[in-house]
Design a protein around this ligand. Structure first.
Ligand code: 5AD
Ligand code: SF4
Length: 460
């Protein structure tokens, strides 16, 4: 490992058999990329793991007396403003986990022998529960309070942050460690900011969050509000004609949000829904907590609600251990899901993430070759999607002047860039445009002359 996170001390006390000695080494391995270096005593340790054995009699009693000794060290560290996390692992944890947690409050977490790969997630959650921010200096609400309420915007499309942090702990990703726990801004603050944007001529707002569909901000009655309900509330603001949101995790896409894609005319028919990979084995190693089939079912339900939905995604190729067959499962998923756009990445080791320690890192040439194949497939799908809109009439929000005099460039509901001959008076406005041709990065269009029949964003 070339790089690691800031150093922390890890003390592992191993009881019992060779199997436990081996497991202790594996635990040190999964914790190393998070910055934990093995120490030979529990003094000043940030993390103590008791890797227990159940074979001998009175194993649990031994654990309790060891925890008693550690508790004194933990208290002393707390007095210095530092913390010590105490974890009980191994067979005693498996057999008597609940009893340990109940009888020994100094123990922060209990982890059975089958769950060592989850240690980074469990430890980060424990630190968060204690109120420790893992990397950020201050809580996001303080940050938002310190920002000026009135934003100065340029153009008719703006971003608005509604959520920060992530609780998903994908094993390749730094966000849960660096940005901390999921946190949502209250509805009132978002509505106020959105009204300010609309008053400045903003017609389209994209709600931002690292895991935006986990949004659960405080509503008017003090209870949490879902992203779907927030979208309905924002749709009431005069002038806000278009809403989008990004980025979403499949497991947080609720029924009400799917329904909103069918019901809410302001919600644009475009969704960025990363899947990362198409092989369930790789998805498990990524700790994605969903399967390929589960993702495809979700896409099906979204398209049942909104048949013309343009789907976008993120993909990682060359995750540690990814075989040719795993990669082909990604290609198969892409063929089935049919993307209008997507972002593709070669896996890169991020210090401080569990995957950085995984064996079987994929060779750079293999990653490059897979990336090229995936990109070619996605490019073809994107071209097919764009070709499908040629001849159709779409509403375009004109955002800026085009390269040639007399041209304006804007976005279709599907987030396609569209240019057309149009007067400057349409800058910042939505106009009906017939798509006339395909370019490399944009579509050519012509202002429609007759009024549209349907009130919806897209005429059939
Ligand atoms: N290597 C490659 N891609 C990554 N992403 C996040 N972490 C990594 C990594 N370690 C990608 C994921 C995510 C997007 C924002 O960045 O696809 O969805
Ligand atoms: Fe969270 Fe997305 Fe990172 Fe997964 S990839 S941990 S969902 S921010």
């Amino acid at each position: 490992m070339a790089e690691t996170a800031p150093e922390k001390r890890l003390y592992i006390k191993t009881y019992g058999c060779q199997m436990n000695v081996y497991d202790s080494e594996r635990m040190a391995d999964v914790l190393r990329p998070l910055g934990y270096a093995v120490a030979d005593s529990p003094e000043d340790a940030d993390l103590v793991v008791l890797n227990t054995c159940h074979i001998r009699e009175r194993a649990a009693e031994k654990v309790f007396s060891e925890v008693g000794r550690l508790k004194a060290l933990k208290t002393a560290r707390a007095a210095d403003g530092a913390s010590m996390t105490i974890a009980v692992a191994g067979c005693v944890a498996q057999a008597q986990g609940a009893e340990i947690m109940a009888r020994a409050p100094a123990v922060d977490l209990v982890v059975g022998p089958q769950a060592y790969h989850q240690l980074p997630e469990l430890i980060a959650r424990t630190a968060r529960a204690r109120g420790e921010r893992l990397a950020a200096d201050f809580a996001p609400d303080a940050k938002f309070d310190a920002l000026p309420a009135q934003r100065v915007v340029s153009g008719p499309a703006a971003f608005l942050t509604v959520q920060e942090g992530c609780d998903k702990f994908c094993s390749f990703c730094v966000v849960p460690y660096t940005r901390g726990a999921e946190w949502s801004r209250p509805v009132a603050a978002i509505v106020q900011e959105a009204e300010g944007l609309a008053a400045q001529g903003v017609r389209e707002v994209t709600l931002l969050g690292q895991n935006v569909n986990a949004y659960a901000g405080e509503g008017p009655d003090g209870r949490p509000v879902s992203l779907a309900r927030l979208l309905y509330r924002l749709a009431e603001i005069p002038g806000l004609e278009r809403l989008r949101y990004t980025t979403s995790h499949p497991n947080d896409l609720g029924e009400d949000l799917i329904a909103a894609h069918g019901d809410l005319p302001q919600l644009m028919p475009y969704l960025h829904l990363p899947v990362q990979a198409g092989s369930d084995r790789v998805l498990r190693a990524m700790n994605r907590k969903h399967t390929a089939a589960g993702y495809l079912r979700l896409v099906e339900r979204l398209r049942a609600a909104r048949p013309d939905l343009a789907l976008s995604g993120d993909f990682i190729v060359g995750f540690p251990g990814e075989t040719e067959a795993d990669f082909e499962a990604t290609l198969a998923l892409v063929r089935e899901a049919a993307y209008a756009a997507a972002f593709t990445f070669k896996y890169s080791r991020r210090p401080g993430t569990p995957a950085a320690a995984l064996p079987d890192q994929v060779a750079e040439e293999v990653k490059a070759e897979r990336l090229a194949r995936l990109q070619a497939l996605i490019d073809a799908q994107q071209t097919a999607f764009n070709a499908g809109t040629v001849g159709r009439r779409v509403r375009v929000l004109f955002e800026r002047r085009g390269r040639r005099p007399g041209q304006l460039v804007g976005k279709s509901p599907y987030l396609q860039a569209v240019w057309a001959e149009a007067p400057d008076s349409l800058l910042g406005q939505i106009a009906e445009v017939t798509i006339t041709g395909l370019g490399t990065n944009s579509l050519a269009g012509a202002l429609a002359t007759t009024p549209a029949a349907a009130p919806h964003e897209v005429a059939a």
